[in-house]
Design a protein around this ligand. Structure first.
Ligand SMILES: [Zn+2]
Ligand SMILES: [Zn+2]
Ligand SMILES: [Zn+2]
Length: 256
């Protein structure tokens, strides 16, 4: 299994519009962060987690010529506003794109992308994404592997964390509740929300993320959804060796 990082930045991205701080103007490419997304590949299949606004730029930069399914963690703009770009995968594959998400996320997708959903009302002259919506009601199967939803608090929103094999992805959360932590034992790799040093009402801080990592003890862990507060290399200097910070374009290989 391989996990390719397409984006690792907070909702405003890094650099942020109109900011000239030392991180936003850094020459280190690891300080340039698209909004969050990863591609999980196994057995010749590619599953995209989230469709952020930079999806097109990220998949072109990383030569992701095909995606076989999309899983959405939640319907915040920074996680869904690139969904329209699955049109190119429709054209290249000749197939609809399966979209997997919670009932709440799917209801928002129907509102935000009505032109892709309402086939009867669709204008045949409009180039629209061909998607089919699948509700995540519990563990679901994608290309021969079980995907386990991890239910995460994120302000008023419930986010789907995801575990497949010994990899788990928990973006956009302010905690991992005890019952959900039980689904995250024995991990090889955990990617976890770690917004910034200071606390935030809907995201984990560095310290809070480290406490959860210390509890779950994955072999390796990575921070994601980062702000412009601290440069990449300075964050990593403060972390234990098994905990690193994602950067866009990183490929993580897992045993199975
Ligand atoms: Zn987000
Ligand atoms: Zn900045
Ligand atoms: Zn969010």
């Amino acid at each position: 299994m391989e996990v390719l990082v397409l984006g690792s930045g907070t909702s405003a991205g890094v650099p942020m519009i109109g900011c000239h701080c030392r991180v936003c103007t850094s020459a280190d490419p690891r300080n340039k962060r698209n909004r969050c997304s990863v591609l999980v590949s196994y057995g010749g299949h590619r599953v995209l987690i989230d469709t952020p606004p930079e999806l097109r730029l990220a998949v072109i930069a990383n030569s992701v010529d095909m995606v076989d399914a999309v899983v959405l963690t939640h319907a915040h703009a920074d996680h869904i506003f690139g969904l329209d770009d699955v049109r190119r995968y429709n054209t290249l594959s000749g197939r609809d794109m399966p979209i997997w998400a919670s009932a709440k996320t799917l209801s928002i997708i129907r509102q935000v992308f009505p032109y892709a959903i309402d086939q009867a009302a669709a204008d045949p002259l409009v180039y629209r994404p061909q998607i089919n919506l699948n509700e995540v009601k519990g563990v679901f199967e994608l290309f021969g592997r079980s995907w386990t939803p991890i239910y995460l608090p994120h302000g008023n929103v419930q986010v789907l964390g995801l575990r497949v094999g010994n990899f788990a992805y928990c973006t956009d959360c302010s905690d991992i509740p005890p019952g959900e932590r039980a689904k995250l034992v024995g991990l090889d790799v955990l990617i976890i929300d770690a917004l910034r040093p200071n606390p935030h009402p809907t995201h984990l801080s560095f310290e809070q993320a480290l406490a959860i990592i210390d509890d779950l003890k994955p072999k390796r862990a990575y921070f994601t959804h980062l702000t412009h507060d601290v440069p990449h290399d300075e964050i990593e200097k403060t972390l234990p060796p098994q905990v690193r910070v994602l950067h866009d374009g990183l490929r993580i290989n897992l045993p199975a």
